[in-house]
Design a protein around this ligand. Structure first.
Ligand SMILES: [Ca+2]
Ligand SMILES: [Ca+2]
Ligand SMILES: [Ca+2]
Ligand SMILES: [Ca+2]
Length: 249
């Protein structure tokens, strides 16, 4: 069940002055950005887009320390970019870094994280995992290297090799919970419902990294010290208004 987000939090998020990283904690509201991004590892196409969140240095996990993230969308894709505090080996240890999506904006549904956050799906590397049942991966078949660890869809990611400061991602807005053509991985609920419900225009995402025991170490945004909440509210930006067509006259 999707819940309306408490108005007080929305007001807090909107009134925050996005100048100091200390202010990016708890629930953060991103400014919607309509832009098409090429996922090629070159971040020049993000020029002029302000960070949706900044993060302190030194609070990272085993391999990764978040510094910032950037968000955008066009008609077909949601794009995000993670910036690390220094060059870090994204493609070599991506299973220590997760991006969770709370698409019903209800922290009590989906997979409950150590923070107050309930994700319906999660992205790790190029892989997308169904978490609507509450488990880490909602599959019938046990996860294995052969069944791609429960992956049911892929996103575009670059770069996937070397030490990098920035990683670009693109996920199709029309993805559905559906088994792949080869039958993998055996989703427990392949109901073909959309990941991003077209009835709603917004969702919450969070970035997380872990230590060597896969224990959550850092979050972006940092959790609210009082409520343990975290997440960035993103609302899909509409396409730029069409220039009035002279052919109408
Ligand atoms: Ca690019
Ligand atoms: Ca950090
Ligand atoms: Ca949820
Ligand atoms: Ca952090």
């Amino acid at each position: 069940m999707r819940q309306a987000f408490p108005l007080s939090l929305l007001i807090l998020g909107l009134s925050g002055i996005p100048s100091l990283s200390q202010e990016y904690y708890g629930i953060v509201t991103a400014v919607p950005v309509y832009r098409t991004i090429v996922v090629d590892g070159d971040v020049s196409d993000w020029d002029g887009i302000a960070p949706a969140c900044l993060d302190p240095s030194g609070d990272g996990g085993l391999h990764y320390d978040f510094a910032a993230c950037y968000l955008a969308n066009d008609r077909d894709y949601f794009y995000f970019r993670i910036t690390f505090t220094s060059p870090q080996p994204y493609g070599d240890y991506f299973w220590y870094l997760n991006t969770g999506f709370d698409t019903d904006m209800d922290s009590n549904t989906g997979h409950r994280w150590p923070a107050v956050f309930g994700s319906e799906f999660n992205i790790q590397g190029r892989q997308v995992f169904d978490q609507r049942c509450g488990d880490w991966v909602c599959t019938i078949d046990p996860a294995s290297e052969e069944n791609l660890w429960g992956t049911f869809a892929y996103v575009d990611v670059a770069p996937m090799e070397g030490n990098v400061t920035d990683v670009e991602f693109a996920i199709r807005r029309d993805l559905v919970y559906k088994n792949m053509e080869d039958g993998q991985p055996g989703l427990s609920n392949p109901d073909e419902s959309p990941l991003f419900d077209p009835e709603f225009n917004d969702f919450i995402l969070v970035f997380e990294t872990e230590d060597e025991t896969f224990t959550s170490v850092e979050w972006m945004p940092d959790t609210d010290p009082n409520s343990n909440e975290t997440g960035i509210i993103y609302t899909f930006a509409p396409p730029p208004a069409d220039v009035p067509g002279w052919d109408l006259y």
